[in-house]
Ligand binder design. Structure first.
Ligand SMILES: [Zn+2]
Ligand SMILES: [Zn+2]
Length: 383
């Protein structure tokens, strides 16, 4: 890749990404055109999901090495792992006899015993979870061939960060990493992003804790937008959706900003987008829940990728957070948060369902003191 300003006097295709800031972000380019340029440059066999033709590969190899096909066959036979077998051994290499005689087995047993003594810490659990996710999807093919990801399809890796509404802004690491296909709509990514503010139930229910409604913020406030390169992509799938970006667009008109546009999220494919890789963009929902969104990678699908298009957007990483426990029993996940509560040790204070009821109400369900109570959804709900 070339550095910014390095291209003077060169004919440069603006759809081939080059660095704008070295090791940080690329210059702007169109996703679909970049994918098309790759598939034109490569041979179809380079991005095919079929295994290569072994005979043709062998012929090319013996030509490269200057050996006869007969010699190649002999080398393959001599170097084959099959020659290491006696024909009677078991193939389960993980099972080591309790008291092995062979030195290699003794070494393996010592390693197995050591691994069992290892403690797993919290940060390691994150990586284990990520590799489990990856292992589940790798090379997965759909039951119905019509859902097979087409050869030459583009895969984008999208990092979604924690919302920036936390006052202390502690969570700067990514919340989720998702893989989306170039042929998918922005709304499909929107639906795959899980954020705790979508699950909130609005209202104060101190007097009527049994009347907490079933519907959550996501059902009530369906508007949202993505912002990529001067364009707001608003979700207009439902009649009650409003243009969340309108206030910003109107504000910028009076403040000497370049003109911003507004388009429909549900009509935009990822391959239609013009963007920079590594550049921070935005996803906004629930009015003011704002997440930084980064496209970290764009590439052609490989046969080892998940090839079932129904599984995309594919979760590749999910940050696990510690759940916040009830401040009375320190055991169960909090379901209520109270303020102005004379029975609580702090303000605001978190309670599990049972402790909240037992502390604040008598047997007939009457309030024992004045307080305000709100249903609480723990950020660890997605773990
Ligand atoms: Zn959010
Ligand atoms: Zn409790």
């Amino acid at each position: 890749m070339a550095e910014a300003g390095d291209s003077v006097g060169r004919s440069e295709d603006e759809n081939v990404p080059t660095y704008e800031n070295v090791d940080v972000n690329s210059k702007i380019f169109r996703v679909g055109t970049f994918g098309r340029l790759w598939t034109e440059k490569l041979r179809p066999s380079d991005f095919s999901f079929q295994d290569g033709d072994e005979e043709a590969e062998d012929a090319a190899f013996s030509l490269d090495m200057g050996i006869t096909p007969q010699t190649l066959r002999e080398i393959k036979e001599i170097c084959s792992p099959d020659t290491l077998k006696s024909g009677t051994e078991t193939v389960q290499t993980e099972i080591v006899p309790a008291e092995p005689i062979l030195r290699t087995l003794r070494l393996r047993k010592r390693r197995q015993d050591y691994q069992e003594t290892l403690q797993r810490d919290f940060s390691d659990r994150q990586n284990i979870h990520a590799s489990e996710l990856e292992g589940l999807a790798a090379g997965k093919k759909p039951m119905d061939p019509k859902y097979l990801v087409p050869e030459g399809e583009i895969i984008l890796s999208v990092n979604v960060l924690y919302p920036a509404i936390f006052q202390r802004f502690r969570f700067t690491r990514q919340h989720q990493t998702l893989r989306v296909l170039g042929s998918q709509k922005l709304t499909q990514l929107r639906d795959a992003i899980c954020c705790v503010s979508d699950l909130q139930v609005n209202g104060e229910f101190g007097n009527t804790p049994d009347m907490v409604p079933e519907f959550i913020s996501k059902d009530l406030y369906k508007s949202a937008f993505f912002f990529f390169e001067g364009v707001f992509y608003n979700d207009f799938r439902y009649p009650e959706c409003i243009d969340l970006s309108k206030t910003i667009v109107d504000w910028t008109k009076t403040h000497d900003f370049p003109p911003f546009q507004s388009r429909k999220m549900e009509e935009t494919l990822f391959s239609d987008l013009r963007l920079k890789v590594g550049y921070p963009y935005q996803y906004c929902h629930q009015g003011d829940c704002e997440h930084v969104v980064l496209i970290t990678d764009i590439r052609i699908a490989h046969q080892d990728d998940c090839l079932d298009m129904n599984l995309y957007p594919l979760l590749a990483y999910k940050h696990r957070v510690k759940t916040r426990k009830c401040s009375v029993c320190h055991m169960y996940i909090s379901r209520w948060i109270t303020t102005n509560d004379s029975l609580a040790p702090m303000d605001p204070c978190l309670f599990c369902e049972q402790c909240f009821r037992m502390l604040h109400y008598d047997k007939q369900g009457n309030k024992l003191c004045d307080f305000l109570a709100y249903p609480y959804v723990d950020p660890g709900a997605f773990n």
